[in-house]
Ligand binder design. Sequence first.
Ligand code: AHR
Length: 864
Amino acid sequence: MKTILSTFVCFAFFQTGFAINTVALKEPDSVFLFAYNSPENISRDGLHFAWSRDKKNWFPIGDDFSFVRSDYGRWGKEKRMMSPFLIPGHDGQWHCVWALNKEENLFAHASSVDLVRWGRQSYPAIQQGQTFADPVVQYDHKTNLYTITYIGAGKKYFEITTLDFKSYSSAREISPDQYHNPTISITLSLGEFRGQIYRVAWSVVAQLNTNYETVQYKQALHGERTQQDNQRFAGLKDIDATFTVNNSEVKPISDLLVGVFFEDINYAADGGLYAELIQNRDFEYDLDDKERRDATWHSKHSWKLSGSEISFSVDTINPVHANNRHYAVVVTRKPGGALVNTGYNGIPIKAGARYDFSFFAKRFTSKSISLLIRLVDKNNVVIAQEKITVSASEWKNVKTVLTATASADDAHLELQPLSAGSLAIDVVSLFPQQTFKGRKNGLRADLAQSIADLHPRFIRFPGGCVAHGDGLDNLYRWKKTIGPIESRKPQRNLWGYHQTAGLGYFEYFQYCEDIGAIPLPVIAAGVPCQNSATGGGGQQGGIPMNEMDEFVQDIFDLIEYANGDIKTTWGKLRAAAGHPKPFNLKYIGIGNEDLISDVFEERFEMIFNAVKQKYPEITVIGTVGPAHEGTDYEEGWTLANNLGVPMVDEHYYESPGWFIYNQDYYDKYDRSKSKVYLGEYASHLPGRSSNVETALSEALYLTALERNGDVVSMTSYAPLLAKEGNTQWNPNLIYFNNQEVKPTVGYFVQKLFGLNAGTEYLPTVISLSSKANAVTKRVGISVVRDSKSRDLILKMVNLLPVQVHSTFELKDIGIATTSAVVTVLQGDPTDEKARPVESLCTVSEKFTSVLPPYSFTVIRLKTK
Ligand code: AHR
């Protein structure tokens, strides 16, 4: 105990040396700081602080404000910080050690110089005690060792030591009287809390207070919503604006700025973009896909029988392919019954359309078995029918084409054996022949077209979290998604359903080429999602380093598959799939908003260096966490700077207010460092609707992204697709059901930016008749020129409830027309159905136009 207290006093003086220099005229030189955790019923766990001059009157720094939270475990409530123990280290850092939960043989550590900014978290394993509770950390000046004592399973006591919180001694059992916990209880306004007390320089507390107040201030600003506009802008009259475009300081900007983010979330792939109409075609659905929470989600899901003289079971002996173990064994006692597939909530069929049917089958009876393959509508009317025969006693692919005589929204497929006997069937497939561009194993035409209409410059795939998966076994492995569909390896989708891998790497590459977008695959950095349920060695885990060479080789092979000559091993496979020409892969993302841990760093660095050396022409995109600030963002950027990563992937989902008030986010970026791929972003309102308010805040931000198109190379709204009734995430850019595609207002913003991209940015001076911050932040403009067409494109956003009477000054730009196309997207902020409207306007070197309230306007005109 004595040792601990003397450490505290020393640290108080040490702290003054590196804390922010606040001039303490009236404040005390030092105060007591209480570091505590709030019980679960009060808030999510985290480290909180209160200060006191006399240890009697305590002042919490925010009643319920955490300065650091645990990032171990699955999303939400599983991320526990139990009994955190804070200690000032001899290295000028505060160290915090906490227990993760009652079961784990792991604990957590993080450190901070100022208690505000915290470094990466680590989750070391303990060798003894099985569980870890109530840690106490002490520092011994003589040995420079920190000792962590804790209570293990069976109320036994243990200690481990460390010099640096990186490597630890193995645990040693100690007697109960060697465990002294100085944690005390203090009563604050919200209740009684347990923690440790230190004497610190006032400047430490001042900095904590400043941080808390800044966060509160920003939260209020970012919480601004259009629903308060009546009060906020009460009495505001129409605004006058002059936009003076400068043609002399033009800067080149990225020609890849707007692309799309595709992830198999919300049934975006199976049941969505992938045109397959049969659900669970391979009988591979598994209770584990939904973590055994849905008893109906098994290998017979979406299949049923009609008739009493037919039965079916699922077997795994001698399957079509080792990657696809389950198949159906259908036994017919008397013909008349059928095995039925109900599709993805029904099978949509169009009159006159042709459908490719195929399955793998083998007969178990001595004679061939013929089957009627029928599409039947909900009134039991047969709308397509063909007969096929299974004559082989070994697996064979059998095919036919069905032509529909009528349309149906929710038909089903019947496989009706025409004689008694038994047969095995697997990979039952029904594809419209009219896929996007008529590709076999292709994409649903209307959905693929709606994405193509965005004119995306790139497609990121296959995620998002799907790319790094839920635990090591769930990493998305590209090699398992190519080749004949029966050989692909289906797996659990971490969004709680099933991935057939029917839409695999070949199909992604093909689609990119078909719509003129460059491919941007994202590969796991050798670690799964930090929010995984499984993983080992912490929830993030990591591929064992002795297996990493193989993982790196997989990435090399992917590059060869995409770009290699057809004489190469993988190039040959691409050619065999029908694409001898290379796919021209230039970018690869490594990692997806991962926790930037030691485990991550080691693997990322290895992959990055290996790819850079072998394929210097490939741009590797790193990752900097799931937010625009915080530990992973800072650690990710530090790593990128250290390694010289050419581009990093940033992700943030924020409120409209955040986007309004952070238009200068990239203006502050150092142009000599990594370029940015803003790989996931969207404006989120409470309730997660997608409307004019969210869309205009995104449009406003996109004008700032164009202005920063010299450092921001690519952007993609996320997520892209969502099937109604099957969403795990909202909002999304495009909703759909089996019949319809339903783009959101935000879709049209993306489309207008996609169709009106430029290669040069022309700075514009904005002069508004109102100088109020709330007003000026809600009017934005971006002027770009497309160097090929010489078209000049003006994009203006007015997020105010009043008109903006605008004068455009376009001197020395060489306008070559008097008429321009103007496109306006406007509506009430809550409108979810607003659509752009095109008209013509008169233009000249100086012309006027009115920006309607809550609108996004694009004017496109010819220049010389
Ligand atoms: O876009 C949805 C999810 O958001 C992505 O899978 C993940 O990367 C992010 O957390």
